[in-house]
Write a protein that binds this ligand. Structure first.
Ligand code: FCB
Length: 413
């Protein structure tokens, strides 16, 4: 790392790019549990999304023109296995073409196998709570890896397992809208088992086919947890949340030697302020008074770049490479996007300087897209989407980021 006059040079071979997820961009994901859920709950539906399923080459042309050398996408389980045990050759062929389209453009694919959505048959037949879940997920992943394995080195098995289990099984905001610690725990256990099985399978398939050593991880969402006050309850709750939401999944996988690197998704800070000693309050209460204010994104999340530095330093103990698998801002005006990227890249560069082996940075997201229960309102994209015409428009911030991707250097201003 070189620090000449405030300029930051990133390591050679650093992966630069952006991330997307199938359900949020592809459109028409009719066989998934999210699609069904959207139809009945009366808010915005994903519908055609960005029509990325058909327009992916256009999107990858844009990524190339922005000098991205890596791109994270997800494969949609509901498309690949629309009925239990029946695999769609068309869908598998499609994803092989998608990955090749990236390769043709000199872009390294980073492939996620589960990004929040499930096939309907799976969700209706016990979903992730069922003890058959790890085996079912393994069978689907095996089909994908056998087709894509030749072209893909970086795999993310499960995106943000702790966000998935907490939103779907504890806080009740995502399907199946459960509110139960017990159910959350069962799902977490099954996801750990599923990851470990898929991790081993990917390594085995690569050995069997004489392929390059793969790099397999999860994308772990981490929030900077800052106690709002100096009292014991705030400090204890921050510590507990960090252990549970940020580290427990990673710890479980490290213990089982099932991570080749750590995929880190980072967005924001939580000012921790539990109102009582009850477990729900300890796990979820945040400060409502806006003490210690910082700028916020358009959906009210605190913007806190130093949190990325702090979390990266905490990852040092694992002694594994770290890839920033998501980091981004939704903003009404684009100027704040570049400031966000610049400030977070400064944190990354400081962490590298402090000895954390960060190997890549993938901005969330390449395109504006369907932001889950929030619909199409939040605009995270480097590229602006017109949801009526499906016209794509490169935003000014993406050109500034493109310069960093091209040179590997973050300039001082
Ligand atoms: C992350 C999700 C991603 C996107 C961003 C804004 O938690 O992984 O799909 O919704 O948040």
């Amino acid at each position: 790392m070189c620090y000449t006059s405030g300029m930051k040079k990133f390591p050679d071979g650093f992966l630069w790019g952006a991330a997307t997820a199938a359900h949020q961009v592809e459109g028409g994901n009719i066989g998934s549990d999210w699609w069904e859920w959207e139809q009945t709950r009366g808010r915005e539906r994903s519908g055609d999304a960005c029509r990325h399923y058909e327009l992916y080459e256009r999107d990858f042309d844009l990524a190339r023109s922005l000098h991205h050398n890596a791109h994270r996408l997800s494969v949609e389980w509901a498309r690949v296995e629309p009925q239990e045990g029946r695999f769609s050759d068309d869908a598998l062929k499609h994803y092989a073409e998608v990955v090749l389209a990236l390769k043709d453009r000199g872009i390294e694919p980073v492939v996620t196998l589960h990004h929040f959505t499930n096939p309907l048959w799976f969700a209706r037949d016990g979903g992730w709570e069922d003890r058959r879940a790890p085996g079912r997920f393994l069978r689907y992943c095996d089909a994908v890896v056998r087709i894509l394995g030749k072209h893909v080195r970086y795999w993310i098995t499960i995106n943000e397992p702790t966000i998935y289990v907490s939103h779907s099984f504890l806080f009740g905001v995502w399907p199946p809208q459960a509110r139960s610690l017990w159910r959350m725990w069962r799902v977490s256990r099954n996801m750990v088992r599923a990851h470990v099985a898929v991790f081993r399978m990917i390594h085995q398939v690569c050995r069997d086919f004489g392929l390059r050593e793969p790099a397999v991880s999860i994308a772990q969402h981490m929030t900077a947890l800052v106690p709002c006050g100096s009292g014991l309850r705030c400090r204890f709750a921050s510590w507990l949340r960090h252990k549970i939401f940020n580290e427990s999944f990673v710890d479980a996988l490290v213990r089982r030697r099932a991570l080749d690197f750590i995929g880190l998704n980072y967005y924001s800070r939580q000012l921790v302020e539990p109102s009582n000693w009850g477990i729900r309050s300890l796990l979820s209460d945040v400060c409502r008074e806006n003490h210690r204010p910082v700028p916020k994104n358009s959906v009210g999340w605190d913007i806190y770049p130093e949190g990325l530095y702090e979390l990266l330093l905490k990852l040092k103990k694992y002694d594994l490479p770290v890839m920033i698998a998501e980091n981004g801002i939704c903003a009404e005006e684009d100027a704040s996007r570049w400031i966000f990227i610049r400030d977070h890249l400064r944190s990354v560069s400081r962490a590298i300087g402090a000895g954390v082996p960060v190997t890549g940075y993938l901005y969330w997201s390449l395109l504006d897209n369907f932001e889950w229960e929030k619909g199409f309102g939040p605009r995270f994209g480097l590229v602006e989407m017109n949801y009526r015409t499906f016209e794509r428009k490169v935003r000014p911030s993406s050109l500034k980021y493109a310069e960093v991707c091209r040179t590997g250097v973050l300039s001082a201003e």
